[in-house]
Structures are given as structure tokens and as C-alpha cells.
Ligand binder design. Structure first.
Ligand code: R5P
Length: 313
């Protein structure tokens, strides 16, 4: 018996889920939610999923904790409704930056998320651009990680820049930046960043590589407060860089990040809709790439049992 493909979505990124369904030419699965006065959530799957191959789209932002619990409840409901296989599709993985024990007595929360998904009944995880590749190994169920690199590299090439380099805003982003630089066959530089406290103020103290007279394309996995990106821009400008561009997968964009980016030396700031974005029309420098096709192709490949990594080659 051929299992039917179904896509359901939590409330964190309904617009991406609908775009994914449009691209797959299917309707979004029907589900109802109730949030009680005691803050408990109830989910009811409003159609049969017996023996179906089900994908649940839920991003880990804006309300990370509620999105995570809602996803676990949806998976549990689908499991008890006899879905044959359940894939948690998390375009932005919750707690992705809590990926290591770099201080005493802290939780590796991104590993805990993987444990919770497995306990709830997920059979697979599909996500995009993890903060660090080791997170892929935290779960004992298969995890596929999509990358923005091919899409963003095409975008960069279409700009037709002449004399440009790729910049990693911190040492943690160096490997990612190297992937871009290799693919585009251009040089790269690495900035040395320190965060002194959890107050998220980043300070860049060194540039490794030559930037004078060059356009710079800064690549990162996410921008949250914008602190890292804006600090990187000022340091690169002071070192003689010409035009500055930024490309990153997850536009968390907390506080007044959009406004600060708009006022920064950046010529363009490119992100994606892994996180549901508001209307950016008043911010001229912000551009959002839609990743729905990438996710729908990966979902189709997982459903058909064909290669997901071929999507990156
Ligand atoms: C950190 O290691 C990440 O790669 C990003 O650089 C960081 O999440 C950016 O955060 P913010 O925009 O708050 O500086």
C-alpha cells in the first residue's frame, strides 16, 4: 500500500507551511487548537492520518517554548492517530545555539530537544542550517539538514560583483564561510569576535585576511539582535572594505534589529522565511528568500525515498 503524503503545521510559521503545500500541490492538513485559561494547549487532528507519511512544520521562533511544546503535542496526537511515519520539519531548530557545555552546570538544550522529539514519537527530523553540525548527531532518529548555501551563492553570483570576498563574522562561522568561498571561488576573511557576557554584546577585535578595496559578503547562520553583523560592518569599513552585504538563513531579528540594520553601512541584508517575517516593505535593505521550494523538494524526496543531499549539489 502506498502511504499518502500529508503536511500539518503548528502556529509558528503557517505562511511557510502553506507555501510548502502549494509547491507540493496538496492541502495543509486540518487541525484545531485550543489554548485553555490555564495555558494548556489541546490539539485535535481533524482528518484521518492512519498509515500516512506525515510531516509537521513548526519553527522554533517567535515563541520558542510554546512552539516546541505545541510540536510535541501534535506529534503525540499524530502517533496515537496511527500515522505510519512522522517527520518533524523545523526550519529553525529550537534552542539551536545551546549546543555545547561551555560553562559548568548548563544544559545542552538542543540535544534535549532531539530527545523530546524522539520521545513524542517523531521518526525523522528535517531542518535547515544548524548553528553547529554536531547537533545533527544529537538525535538517534535520522536528521536531514538543508543548506541555504546553494541558493545564496546563486543570488550572490547574479549580483555580478567584481572584486569581492566572503567574510565570517566570528570563528564559529569560519567553516560555513569557507564553504561559500570555495563554491564561489573567491577569498575569505575571518573576524575574531568575543562575547563577554550573556547580554549578547559582541566585540570584534581582529580581522584575519585582506579586505581593503574589496566588496564583502558576510555570511552567518542567524542574526538575532544584529549586534554581531553591525559590529562586523563597522570593523570591515574601518579596514577599508567597499560595499557590504549580509546573507544569513535565520532572521530572528529581535528588538529593533531591522531598524539598526537599515541604518547600518550594509547595502543589502538577505535572509529567509525559516522564521515568519513581518512586512519588510519599509526596510529597503532587507530581502527575504523563500525556502518553501527547498523544503517541498526535501519532503518529496524523503517521501519517495530518494536522495536529499542531491538538492545541494
Ligand atoms: C553566533 O555564534 C551566531 O552565528 C550569530 O553570529 C549570532 O547568533 C548573532 O547574534 P546577534 O545578532 O545577537 O549578534
Amino acid at each position: 500500500m502506498k502511504r499518502r503524503l500529508k503536511v500539518f503545521a503548528g502556529r509558528s510559521n503557517q505562511s511557510l507551511a502553506k507555501d510548502i503545500c502549494n509547491s507540493l500541490s496538496i492541502d495543509l492538513g486540518r487541525m484545531s487548537y485550543t489554548k485553555f485559561s490555564n495555558c494548556n494547549i489541546k490539539v485535535r487532528i481533524e482528518e484521518s492520518v492512519r498509515e500516512d507519511d506525515v510531516f509537521v512544520v513548526q519553527s522554533g521562533y517567535p515563541d520558542t517554548n510554546e512552539a516546541l511544546v505545541e510540536l510535541l503535542i501534535i506529534i503525540d496526537a499524530l502517533k496515537y492517530a496511527s500515522a505510519s511515519r512522522i517527520t518533524a520539519v523545523m526550519p529553525y531548530y529550537p534552542y539551536v545555539r545551546s549546543d555545547k557545555k561551555d560553562e559548568p552546570r548548563i544544559s545542552i538544550t538542543s540535544r534535549l530537544v532531539a530527545d523530546l522529539l524522539e520521545t513524542a514519537g517523531a521518526d525523522r527530523i528535517l531542518t535547515m542550517d544548524l548553528h553547529a553540525p554536531q547537533i545533527g548527531g544529537y538525535s538517534r532518529i535520522p536528521l536531514d539538514q538543508l543548506l541555504i548555501q546553494p541558493t545564496l551563492c546563486n543570488y550572490i553570483e547574479e549580483k555580478g560583483l567584481e572584486n569581492y570576498i566572503i567574510a565570517a563574522p566570528d570563528v564559529g562561522s569560519a567553516k560555513r564561510a569557507e564553504g561559500f568561498a570555495r563554491r564561489l571561488d573567491v577569498p575569505m576573511v575571518i573576524l575574531y569576535k568575543r562575547r563577554y557576557r550573556d547580554d549578547e554584546k559582541a566585540k570584534i577585535t581582529r580581522i584575519i585576511g585582506e579586505v581593503k578595496g574589496k566588496d564583502c559578503f558576510i555570511v552567518d547562520d542567524e542574526v538575532s539582535t544584529g549586534g554581531t553583523m553591525i559590529e562586523a560592518c563597522h570593523v570591515l569599513k574601518d579596514a577599508g572594505a567597499k560595499n557590504l552585504y549580509a546573507g544569513l538563513t535565520h532572521g530572528v531579528l529581535t528588538n529593533d534589529a531591522c531598524k539598526r540594520i537599515e541604518q547600518s553601512p550594509l547595502s543589502e541584508f538577505i535572509t529567509t522565511n525559516t522564521i515568519e517575517q513581518p512586512d519588510f516593505s519599509k526596510f529597503k535593505k532587507l530581502k527575504v528568500l523563500n525556502v518553501a521550494n527547498l523544503f517541498s523538494e526535501a519532503i518529496a524526496a524523503i517521501h519517495m525515498g530518494t536522495s536529499v543531499s542531491k538538492l545541494f549539489s
